[in-house]
Design a protein around this ligand. Structure first.
Ligand code: PGA
Length: 244
């Protein structure tokens, strides 16, 4: 695992954007696995800026997203399709037909199976961008006594619902289930790029960077098994997690 410790979250996002932009430059048909949540927003802004400046070209890139809430429509302001459109896809020159976010409505088990197909269609993503939950979840693969390999419907833990309640009018409105890429799809990517910031992530990052254990109680620890995983954190989080 490669660790990059930056001076600030802003710098972490620049470093992550640089890796993404370099990849699409080297391989214009690159396939990206993208993530939602607060953490990647500045990364997506930097990608949009590069596109606007004419230094990046996503015209031939393809994407597949980690997850989507069950029970809300793609045009719902808290859906991850809406998030990706407004934070990234509308702001870069990607062909939206080449972007995939699972549908949270209808037969969600069938939609999860469709996500699994899209992950591997034409080959697994060249790069998968990841955030990390306070409990170590990646995608919505929640901490627990086991993990699930294929894309599936996951029941969100109370800690995840609480963490995501900030985006909804009340915790009761947070969907209780989500479609998520499983560990197989995530681990199949050519490169994993995890960005984390904030005190809430310290325990999970400690488990990832300090301990040697790989445990389903902290799904991010599976990055230790990936041959090309890059973790980017700022010095504040590094200090809180005890990373020297
Ligand atoms: P966040 O979410 O970027 O909003 O902290 C990360 C995650 O839950 O994976």
């Amino acid at each position: 695992m490669k660790l990059i410790v930056t001076k600030s979250y802003e710098e972490s996002c620049s470093a992550a954007a640089d890796i993404i932009l370099q990849l699409v430059k080297n391989k214009p048909t690159a396939k990206f696995g993208f993530a939602t949540g607060s953490t990647p927003i500045p990364i997506y802004k930097k990608m949009a800026e590069a596109c606007k400046a004419g230094t990046a070209d996503f015209a031939n890139a393809r994407t597949v997203n980690l997850d989507e809430y069950c029970g809300i429509a793609p045009n719902h302001p808290q859906s991850y399709r809406y998030f990706m459109d407004t934070n990234l896809f509308n702001n870069i020159n990607i062909n939206k037909a080449n972007t995939f976010v699972a549908n949270g409505l209808g037969d969600v088990n069938a939609n999860a199976a469709e996500l699994e197909e899209k992950i591997f269609e034409g080959g697994a993503p060249d790069l998968q961008l990841l955030g990390i939950g306070n409990n170590g979840h990646i995608g919505f693969n929640e901490a627990g006594d086991h993990l699930i390999a294929p894309s599936h419907v996951e029941t969100l833990t109370p800690s995840t619902i609480e963490a995501n309640a900030r985006f909804f009018a009340s915790p009761a409105e947070v969907p209780t289930q989500a479609i998520t890429m499983g560990m197989r799809g995530i681990m199949a990517a050519g490169q994993l790029l995890l960005v984390a910031t904030g005190a809430g992530k310290a325990e999970a990052i400690k488990g990832l960077l300090i301990d040697d254990a790989v445990t389903t109680q902290n799904p991010a620890t599976f990055l230790k098994l990936h041959p090309n995983a890059v973790v980017i954190i700022d010095s504040e989080l590094a200090a809180l997690a005890g990373v020297k």
